[in-house]
Design a binder for this molecule. Structure first.
Ligand SMILES: [Zn+2]
Length: 588
């Protein structure tokens, strides 16, 4: 009955006519395709692979009446309404130059429209502006206001999950960035695991689990991030690097992204570089007064090598930037060679290593530019080490880093790299060791009385401190609380803990005789510069950081039951690599 009546409905008639037209075109294409030598395909109802689709920008696809719909390794299936059109052919040749192997089909307008409708899944007009992600300034501002602590991220995510389709991907992305900025994160990690997609932020140097993302948005999120970063969408088995920037109204934030293949799926790490933070000064890295005084003297010297050491993430590059800023003045020519350039400093020529521009070749090129001061990102082979030493001996002040665990270990490392210990006395000025510790949030830190074991540790370390501070009795220490201001972590900001070994007669003699760490340590003692452990314990005693935080970044001379204390002469303070273990689980 209903069926019969509908036959006289206007809308139904129009639909019928459109349907008939569509069917007619479909039939025509199907007949014509083999005649002009192409295989016919009907894409309606076909699962369009978003990564294939993303290969051809939407505007291009519509202008040429083409689409890409399937991608397997580099094999790309494309369809065109007029595959013989010269413009279409020229564009397909361009794709082949990008190493895609094309299979070309012929399809109807309806097929194309169906495929194009899927663009909304992978991109929106903002994201198409490759390299610049126009996050809505209002959105990010609003989302940043909603995030006061890390728990607010999953809460806001839940409200976003009620939004449907493409807006949801954009909002999720905006929240990921807004949350990171609000919490002062330096890195964003998105890691697929068996149980789901983990979102983590690194702030104050430590990775924090922030939220679980829904698995089903992962693919679209990754496609979006790869497009933004200028990466190849389908290269799933290889690591890729990219970058993009977005504007948040008051400033631009630069994002360095890196994708690596994983057991389950690719994971992405995005480092946020906030140019507003790129003002380095020696005051900002919290040098203790002893090493500060030494450094101000060393930085006035016209030549020699100044090296900072530490594991990745210990802030050694930041320290070098601070030193550069200190020596930077009119009439002083400074050239850097870095991997990569992490921050741009006005008035300094900064170069970045690349395929043919290595630390070694770059350094030789730089020396021909007649600089006064050179900064080399890292000394990691003999050639660079030798060139750096040579530069330091020929009237240049040279800054660099070494990947070692302590200042004293730097000497042995250079010898390992093939440097003759006899040239060290005339080329090295100072080797510095450093770590970063998180500072307790001054608004919520919790006072407690040191346990007997903690008290013994503090007294033991302070006994070796060249400028010991008065130890109160009882000792009041602080641990992390948690409040709105610190995102609930109890920590806010970071400071370095430092040590340094100056080259003097005693150290030079030790380097020549026996460059083992404890020998050099002993020779350097009369220089009066505290060790990292001593500097750290001092920062614990003054309530700047907690004992647990110090223990996280450096090995403390713990008093294990049954084991005697090491004698002060061989006191081992071998710092450990910065790790991201949840240090709350191993309570002192
Ligand atoms: Zn707090």
């Amino acid at each position: 009955m209903m069926k019969y009546m509908l036959k006289f409905d206007d809308n139904y008639s129009n639909t019928r006519i459109t349907d008939l037209y569509v069917q007619e075109e479909e039939r025509l294409v199907q007949t014509n395709a083999p005649r002009i030598g192409f295989e016919y395909i009907n894409l309606r109802g076909y699962t369009i692979n978003p990564e294939a689709l993303g290969v051809i920008p939407e505007a291009k696809a519509q202008a040429l009446n083409i689409t890409a719909f399937e991608l397997n390794q580099n094999k790309l299936s494309v369809a065109a309404k007029q595959p013989n059109n010269p413009l279409v052919q020229a564009y397909f040749q361009e794709l082949q130059k990008q190493r895609y192997e094309l299979t070309v089909y012929m399809c109807s307008t309806a097929s194309l429209q169906y495929a194009w409708s899927r663009y909304s899944d992978i991109t929106d007009s903002a994201a198409e502006k490759k390299g610049v992600f126009e996050i809505s300034v209002e959105d990010i501002g609003r989302l940043m206001n909603e995030v006061k602590q890390k728990e607010d991220v999953p809460r806001t995510l839940r409200s976003i999950s009620t939004i449907n389709n493409t807006r949801r991907i954009s909002e999720t992305l905006e929240l990921i960035f807004a949350g990171a900025l609000a919490l002062g994160a330096s890195d964003i990690h998105i890691e697929p695991e068996e149980s789901g997609i983990r979102l983590r932020y690194r702030f104050d140097g430590v990775l924090h689990d922030v939220a679980d993302l829904e698995s089903y948005i992962y693919g679209r999120l990754m496609s979006r991030l790869k497009l933004l970063s200028g990466m190849v969408l389908n290269a799933k088995a290889e690591a890729q690097d990219g970058r993009f920037t977005f504007d948040i109204g008051t400033r631009e934030v630069e994002v360095r992204s890196s994708v690596i293949p994983g057991a389950i799926a690719e994971s992405i790490v995005m480092r946020l570089l906030d140019p507003s933070l790129s003002t380095f000064s020696m005051d900002r890295i919290h040098l203790n007064p002893y090493i500060q005084e030494v450094m101000r003297r060393e930085l006035k010297k016209p030549n020699g090598l100044i090296i900072t050491t530490g594991p990745t993430g210990s802030g050694k590059t930041t320290a070098l930037y601070a030193f550069l800023q200190e020596v930077h003045s009119e009439g002083v020519k400074i050239i850097t060679i870095e991997n990569p350039v992490e921050y741009k400093i006005d008035g300094i020529v900064q170069t970045q290593i690349g395929d043919d521009y290595t630390f070694a070749t770059g350094l030789r090129a730089i020396l021909r530019q007649d600089p006064d001061i050179i900064m080399i990102g890292e000394i990691r082979d003999r050639e660079v080490a030798e060139t750096a030493i040579h530069a330091a001996q020929t009237g240049h002040l040279v800054f660099s880093t070494l990947h070692t665990n302590s200042a004293v270990a730097g000497f042995a490392r250079l010898i390992d790299l093939g440097i003759d210990p006899r040239v060290m006395g005339t080329s090295i000025n100072i080797i510095i060791g450093q770590r970063l510790v998180r500072l307790l949030c001054q608004d919520c830190k919790v006072a407690y009385e040191a346990t007997p074991e903690e008290k013994r540790l503090i007294e033991y370390v302070m006994a070796g401190h060249p400028h010991p501070i008065q130890i109160p009795n009882p000792i009041t220490l602080y641990r992390n609380g948690g409040c709105e201001k610190c995102g609930g972590t109890g920590y806010r900001g970071r400071a370095g803990i430092f040590e340094g070994v100056l080259m003097d007669d005693a150290v030079e003699e030790a380097v020549l005789r026996d460059p083992r760490e404890h020998i050099i340590s002993e020779a350097a003692k009369q220089q009066g510069i505290p060790t990292m452990v001593e500097d750290g314990i001092e920062k614990v005693l003054t309530g700047l950081t907690s004992l647990r935080e110090l223990e996280r970044v450096i090995e403390l001379p713990y008093l294990i039951a049954g084991k005697p204390l090491p004698t002060p002469q061989t006191q081992s303070a071998a710092p450990k690599e910065a790790t991201d273990v949840d240090f709350f689980t191993h309570v002192v």
